[in-house]
Ligand binder design. Structure first.
Ligand code: ATP
Ligand code: MG
Length: 400
């Protein structure tokens, strides 16, 4: 049975009053944007409910788009009938009969906003439920744990009948929490970190450090592909590609071997901070995960993190790898992430990287690297910026 409407549920339960309004309007702006290719739909707000009126547009395609919109908790396909008992009964029965697999138990849940209607909701529960029961062999009522709850909303302008609830992404509408710079490597973790930050309302730009000729063009393309996958949820993403080879080779020559990763990460953060500030980002997002590798012990995170004054957001910090992989699969980045192209951080990897670096020592050694500030400036200057969208990548390096 083709639905006529989609009922939308937005926002977390704690949202109230004006905040809820602002939130809903933001989500609706995104919905309109994502559903541009369905010109006949109309969005209707009524008694605190928000619907999409389909006007003949296909539910399936629209449903796929709705599953990519942050702030939408769930939605239901809805059938509209005249507010009249025969019609309510007929469509309720059809809806039940069309279900696959066939439910064995159900209950009817009527909500009546049209108080002048001659039957109240209790009576309607019985009038509709009894009718469906009578015409469906084998079906039983179970008020506590039914297979299906048939929801009937009785309004003056029509009655809405539905039973299915499809989960959305939840979270906050994109852009409601400002913009941050995602440090995007080619690994499994950082795209997931970016996704989770977006789900909390943050817009993203991304920065990637690459070390040609030690890392290949394909490693860079892999990162652009990952960014492209994230644009499914966000529209365009600016990706800054930073040439990191010179800094790495210098560090490899001059720095103490077991601290190379520490210095490298601090240099990355300094460059990221500069790019972030230049582009009005308020935070830095990483895929750090506590204890995963030497650079992600609490001690390393402390020493590395001190290189910047900007907030570093680490959405994955306490998650298990299994949970991260599950999200990576859900958002379709996993297959790309496990492609075997080398990462800039693995090429100069020392045998025994420090897991407990000393902040004072690291800061002193860094001060004595007189060449470092200029190298950092050069890297920022030579950064190439690419705008990645679902359709194409535009190179913009000349504009920055
Ligand atoms: P990932 O799977 O995201 O690569 P990881 O578990 O491999 O993470 P590391 O390689 O230690 O961990 O990196 C930790 C974080 O540092 C990454 O999640 C990412 O945010 C950032 N990072 C690492 N390498 C790069 C890079 N080449 N460019 C940009 N950011 C990077
Ligand atoms: Mg990595």
């Amino acid at each position: 049975m083709k639905p006529d409407y989609i009922l939308l549920r937005m926002g977390e339960l704690t949202l109230k009053g004006r905040n809820r309004n602002v939130f809903e309007n933001r989500v609706l702006t995104h919905i309109r944007d994502f559903l541009k290719s369905y010109p006949n739909i109309q969005i209707i707000k009524n008694y605190g409910r928000v619907y999409i009126q389909l006007n003949g547009e296909p539910f399936e395609g629209i449903s796929q788009q709705l599953k990519k919109i942050f702030g939408l908790v769930s939605f239901s396909p809805v059938k509209k009938v005249d507010t009249e008992l025969t019609a309510m009964r007929k469509v309720s029965l059809e809806l039940m009969n069309n279900m696959v697999p066939k439910p064995t138990t159900f209950k009817v849940n009527v909500r009546r906003t049209y108080k002048q209607y001659p039957h109240d909701s209790q009576e309607l529960n019985h009038l509709i439920g009894g009718y469906v029961l009578h015409h469906t062999p084998g079906l039983k009522v179970n008020v506590h744990k039914p297979d299906v709850i048939l929801k009937v909303e009785v309004r003056e302008e029509g009655t809405f009948i539905y039973s299915e609830t499809i989960s959305g992404l939840g979270g906050f509408p994109l852009g409601s929490s400002g913009k941050s710079m995602l440090m995007l490597s080619g690994g499994i973790d950082s795209p997931v970190a970016g996704y989770l930050a977006m789900r909390r309302g943050m817009k993203l730009e991304a920065v990637h450090f690459h070390s040609a000729p030690f890392t290949s063009e394909r490693a860079k393309q892999k990162v652009l592909d990952l960014a492209k996958q994230l644009t499914n949820y966000s529209g365009k993403i600016k990706v800054h590609i930073v040439p990191f080879t010179d800094i790495q080779t210098q560090l490899n020559e001059h720095a103490r071997k077991n601290l190379i990763i520490t210095f490298m990460r601090r240099a990355m953060l300094r460059i990221t901070e500069k790019l972030a500030e230049k582009n009005d980002n308020l935070g830095i997002i990483t895929g750090d995960n506590l204890g995963q590798v030497a650079s992600q012990t609490l001690s390393s995170l402390n020493v590395i993190g001190r290189a910047t004054g900007m907030p570093i957001l680490r959405p994955l910090i306490t998650m298990d790898k299994n949970e991260i992989i599950k999200i990576a699969k859900d958002i379709n980045t996993f297959e790309t992430s496990i492609l075997p192209y080398e990462d800039c951080c693995t090429i100069f990897l020392p045998k025994n990287p420090a897991t407990n670096p000393n902040l004072g020592l690291v800061e002193r050694m860094e001060k004595s690297m007189e060449w470092l500030p200029q190298y950092i400036e050069n890297a920022v200057e030579k950064t190439e910026t690419i705008i990645v969208s679902n359709q194409k990548e535009e190179r913009l390096s000349h504009l920055f």
